[in-house]
Design a protein around this ligand. Structure first.
Ligand code: SF4
Length: 100
């Protein structure tokens, strides 16, 4: 294996775990205009929350979708404490929020 092959192999390995590449894969089931909207939102999400958001986009977990929404609602701050101590019982997600 020459140097170029090694670089290509490393690039492929990185792309499998790269959040941007994972996002593009998750966007397959969305229309072109929806994809643009999602990409814009993705940029505003802190890096540490992006993998969770990608899983939500794949539609695999409703609890994770609720958690992701609550995280965003709380401004991506001190997530477990702030969601646990949410002060909005009128919110539709209040009884379903994580970390209760
Ligand atoms: S339950 Fe609380 S933290 Fe979750 S979305 Fe509603 S207001 Fe925000």
């Amino acid at each position: 294996m020459d140097k170029t092959d090694k670089m290509n192999t490393a690039r492929k390995a990185r792309s499998k775990t790269n959040p941007d590449a994972l996002l593009e894969k998750a966007l397959d089931s969305f229309t072109l205009s929806q994809r643009e909207t999602i990409r814009e939102r993705f940029k505003s999400i802190p890096v540490s929350f992006r993998r969770r958001y990608i899983k939500v986009l794949k539609g695999k977990s409703r609890p994770l979708a609720v958690e992701s929404f609550c995280c965003e609602c709380m401004g991506w701050g001190k997530v477990p404490e702030e969601i646990k101590n949410c002060t909005s019982p009128a919110c539709s997600l209040y009884l379903y929020r994580p970390y209760q």
